[in-house]
Ligand binder design. Structure first.
Ligand SMILES: C[S@@+](CC[C@H](N)C(=O)[O-])C[C@H]1O[C@@H](n2cnc3c(N)ncnc32)[C@H](O)[C@@H]1O
Length: 206
């Protein structure tokens, strides 16, 4: 079918997210960074260069910018990036419109950390291997991914995502070849309605 070229699907995916920002249909937008990230940073400040894929309005980006050297918030939706740029700068953060699955060459191995929060659950399930490959590509061996995975979203019976949940055993499968699991825990602080639905993991690039 002529409409189903890869490029067309990518454009369609981008415009869906863009449309949601334009119409204000953003149930994920909480107006604040993830509370577990804020607590984590108090005890374990993140240093170096950090990529936050699917950054939305950039609340997590700015929290990380309070300890890191440079933080790049990446989002496919231009309106998300425009919204993020409205906020006062905290440190060395910047925002880029771009597709995690078509990253520019200069991002290869350019980051010390990647922070994941509601991007992995937002992409189509069929793109999860590509997500792991993209995150692995921007890191160097020994660098780390700090992820707050939305493993079990609160969905109505029969309702489909996004968000698309992913049980821990499946996360193991997706990340096993490129990452070593260093630690995991259930966040003790989270946004309303997400209690016991998320899993934090620190994964090290092999
Ligand atoms: C559920 S929202 C979460 C936004 C933000 N992390 C937050 O918690 O507020 C998912 C975000 O991922 C972005 N996104 C989806 N696919 C993407 C892709 N291929 N590359 C970059 N960003 C993408 C969307 O535009 C959207 O802003």
């Amino acid at each position: 079918m002529e409409c189903c070229t890869g490029q067309h699907l990518e454009e369609e995916a981008m415009s869906d997210w863009e449309e949601r920002y334009k119409t204000g249909d953003m149930p994920w937008e909480k107006g604040a960074p993830h509370p577990e990230l804020v607590e984590f940073l108090k005890k374990h400040p993140i240093h170096g260069n950090v990529l936050v894929p699917g950054c939305g309005y950039g609340h997590d980006v700015r929290a990380i910018a309070s300890t890191a050297d440079e933080v790049v918030g990446l989002d496919i939706a231009p309106s998300a990036v425009a919204g993020a740029r409205q906020h006062a700068a905290v440190g060395g953060e910047r925002y880029v419109v771009g597709d995690l699955f078509a990253l520019p060459r200069q991002m290869r191995g350019a980051f010390d950390w990647v922070f994941e929060h509601t991007c992995f659950c937002a992409i189509p399930v069929a793109k999860r291997e590509a997500y792991v490959a993209a995150v692995a590509e921007v890191l160097k061996p020994g660098d780390r991914l700090f992820a707050i995975f939305y493993v079990n979203p609160d969905m109505e019976p029969g309702e489909s995502g996004p968000p698309f949940g992913c049980p821990p055993e499946e996360l193991d499968e997706y990340f096993r070849s490129d990452f070593q699991l260093l630690s995991e825990w259930t966040p003790t602080r989270t946004h309303k309605g997400r209690d016991n639905r998320e899993l934090c993991r620190i994964l090290q690039r092999k």
